[in-house]
Design a protein around this ligand. Sequence first.
Ligand SMILES: NC(=O)c1ccc[n+]([C@@H]2O[C@H](COP(=O)([O-])OP(=O)(O)OC[C@H]3O[C@@H](n4cnc5c(N)ncnc54)[C@H](OP(=O)(O)O)[C@@H]3O)[C@@H](O)[C@H]2O)c1
Length: 291
Amino acid sequence: MSDTVLVSGANGRTGRAVVTALLKRGVAVSAFIRKPEQADGLKALGATSIAIGDMLAADTIRAAMKGCDAVVHIGPPMHPDEKLITSHFVNAAMAVNIKRFVYYSVMHPLRREVPHHARKLDTEEMVIESGVPYTIIQPIRYMQHLETIWKEVLSSGVHAMPFNTHVKFNVADLVDLADASALAATTPGHLYATYELAGPQSLSQDEMATIIGEVLKRPITARQIPLDEMASKAKAAGATDLRIETMRKMNGHYDHSGFLGNANVMRWLLGREPTHFCVYVERLAKRDGLM
Ligand SMILES: NC(=O)c1ccc[n+]([C@@H]2O[C@H](COP(=O)([O-])OP(=O)(O)OC[C@H]3O[C@@H](n4cnc5c(N)ncnc54)[C@H](OP(=O)(O)O)[C@@H]3O)[C@@H](O)[C@H]2O)c1
């Protein structure tokens, strides 16, 4: 019988990618979700079983963990209770003698100016000290942030993000990050490791816009969205004040520091070259019949 891996946050952007990556490895996946109406979508993705629960309710997590061999815990982004939520998963995992506990953190949690990075740092400390057999995944910013503005880029010819256009990021493909997380959850040799996972190129918004333009064969320019404009858009989209304040701090931090990293760990883990930004943009363009 194959191992069963519990994935929390399974219906989220990261969760769905990790479920897909685990299924490719031939293991059974139990998808932890809080809304029963999301079950059909997860089953269509291939999830073997569904666990309905709330990350803030420890008893639902204990019930979901029964019969599982490993867990990939993916907490909700920028959540004030990151550490409490993760402690519920750690305790439940230890109660069933889990083989592998993968904690999905963030690269450079030590950047304490960014509140959710600081919370992930405190949470990593708790995970390490708990005695659970852990692997910590530290992903950098995703390439997939382009997907949230893709339609606007296509209609306006402008790539707009809330930080200046020359500061650089080693953005990573979520498919690569999910493959790396699935490896850590299913293969030996990754216990008690912390993996910084970054993409292979250091790119500014200006450079990303140029690459998108080369793929689409039309000029694309970059623009810095002022933080107040970002905040009112997020408010209109229903974001909480706490989330908006956190986004202000994160993007303000990006504006002066960017987010640079090294792809060697990802290269070693995957045993192949991590995805380059132009390949990712080509994937989007092909998906939409643009090339
Ligand atoms: N975006 C990046 O560039 C990046 C980089 C590094 C690390 N990360 C990390 O990746 C993680 C996931 O981010 P994401 O963008 O994939 O998140 P997401 O799409 O917002 O997904 C979060 C999921 O968590 C679920 N959830 C929220 N509260 C819950 C609760 N109380 N009980 C059960 N489920 C709950 C949500 O369910 P509903 O559908 O019911 O709301 C949703 O499916 C975060 O920890 C983030 O810090 C992201």
